[in-house]
Design a binder for this molecule. Structure first.
Ligand code: PHE
Length: 448
């Protein structure tokens, strides 16, 4: 049996968990989903869900992981032997499999843009031409599938070698770099003509825009950005020594995520309104808007390249966590098996993801339940599988695990007061399950 490694430092764990959390969810998905769901009202509901639902759940996943010190499936088996709860871990693995199959498509888009900036082919375009050029590029099947492959290839190599440790160090440079580049971008965006219309769109909630779909999307968004409901955070926290402060770690990860979400909104929406673009353009929104803002900056293409690199890194650290939890379960800590299974699973994900990559090109006309293949995969993961996984985890933590044992676990490394603990327990035992079920039923039209 291999001795389980621990994270070398507390900050190492925070960086890895934050690396999983901060990715396409905050930077790419948030702006386009907010754009399609009424802006300010969506942001507000998203924030509410993040605080009362996602934060407690994150602490719940951390408590499971550190109690059991096992992977996504064995953690449940260890805490609840001879029961079916471990299916939560299997559900998480399946969800991450589908998730990575379309996540890698967007990762590929970032790579595509990087190549275009590097070869200078973006320099001569006028502001309005970027969107058209991008649409043409991603509809090319060789480019979209090829770049998806490159993104997955990098992910597989890192997970196969188990070199996440090295990634931690890079993270400590990349995360601050992300913040700095965002600030530059935001300064440019908010000083554009008519930027105020974008700020209003983002910060002034229009409650007439709230529908059951908005609410479901906001809930899905809050789970997606924090990697919740899929046992990723259980797996990461299973490597934690007992002296780490779980509530504090959870809060700082949530705080960083909210910050990145707001940064992304502040960078994108003023520009959308200033350039007369459509906020509801869908998954291409970010990619249409970014080059337009950067082209308005001195040395814009250099900043754009730097931004894309950091963005790619953020997307990759999330992708690692998706593949990692699947491989960790199957390879049981055996490094030989790890290498083999990283490739097998990674390639299977690639094949399953090809239709998503093509759904902006040759398969664009194929719709299922009125959605493109890409949108259907995204919807199923974000709005069905993740909330369902989160519901089961909330039930497991609060009904299956012992309350006193949970308190003891959380208290190690933190000095959480009893009152705060009881509030958390109440939120995860009653509020989270009821809210998740209510939102899901609402979408099915049960309350009408
Ligand atoms: N949180 C990641 C992001 O925002 C996505 C993710 C979800 C990663 C679930 C792992 C597991 O990009």
């Amino acid at each position: 049996m291999n001795q389980r490694e621990h994270f070398a430092t507390k900050i190492g764990f925070i960086l890895a968990a934050a690396g999983s959390a901060i990715g396409l969810g905050a930077i790419w998905k948030f702006p386009y989903t907010a754009g399609q769901n009424g802006g300010g009202a969506f942001l507000l509901i998203f924030l509410l869900f993040t605080i009362i639902l996602a934060l407690p759940l994150l602490l719940g996943e951390f408590s499971i992981g550190r109690t059991a010190q096992q992977d996504a499936v064995r953690s449940f088996k260890k805490i609840a032997p001879n029961s079916g709860w471990y299916w939560i871990g299997i559900l998480g693995m399946v969800t991450c499999f589908i998730l990575l199959s379309f996540y890698s498509v967007i990762g590929g888009w970032i790579i595509t843009y990087l190549v275009k900036v590097a070869d200078g082919s973006l320099l001569h375009l006028g502001a309005a031409e970027y969107a058209e050029a991008f649409g043409k590029t991603i509809s090319n099947p060789y480019i979209s599938v090829g770049s998806q492959f490159v993104f997955l290839f990098i992910t597989i190599i890192v997970v196969a070698k188990g070199i996440q440790k090295g990634i931690e160090k890079t993270s400590s440079i990349m995360m601050p770099a992300l913040a700095i580049l965002f600030i530059i971008l935001i300064i440019r965006a908010v000083t554009l003509d008519n930027a105020i219309a974008g700020m209003k769109f983002l910060f002034v909630p229009d409650f007439s825009k709230i529908t059951s779909k908005t609410i479901l999307n906001a809930m899905g968004q809050s789970f997606f950005t924090l990697s919740l409901g899929v046992s990723v955070m259980i797996t990461y926290s299973s490597y934690l020594p007992k002296n780490v402060n779980l509530p504090k770690s959870a809060s700082s990860i949530v705080g960083m995520n909210i910050l990145v979400v707001i940064f992304a909104g502040l960078a994108i929406f003023p520009a959308v309104f200033s350039f007369g673009m459509q906020p509801d353009a869908g998954p291409v929104l970010l990619f249409n808007v970014l080059p337009t803002i950067f082209s308005q900056l001195p040395f814009g293409m250099i900043f754009f390249a730097a931004f894309l690199l950091v963005f790619l890194f953020a997307a990759l650290t999330s992708a690692f966590s998706m593949l990692e939890i699947i491989v960790a379960v199957i390879s049981k800590g055996d490094s030989h098996k790890r290498r083999k299974w990283s490739w097998i699973i990674g390639m299977a994900i690639f094949i399953v993801g090809i239709p998503s990559a093509l759904s902006y090109g040759v398969l664009a006309d194929i719709t299922i339940f009125g959605k493109s293949i890409f949108d259907l995969a995204d919807f199923t993961v974000s709005n069905v599988l993740m909330p369902f996984g989160a519901l089961l985890i909330a039930l497991f933590v609060s009904w299956k695990m012992k309350k006193t044992a949970l308190y003891e676990e959380i208290k190690q490394g933190s000095n959480m007061r009893k009152g705060v603990f009881h509030t958390w327990f109440f939120l995860i035992r009653y509020v989270a399950p009821i809210l998740i079920v209510a939102v899901m039923l609402d979408v099915l039209g049960v309350w009408k």
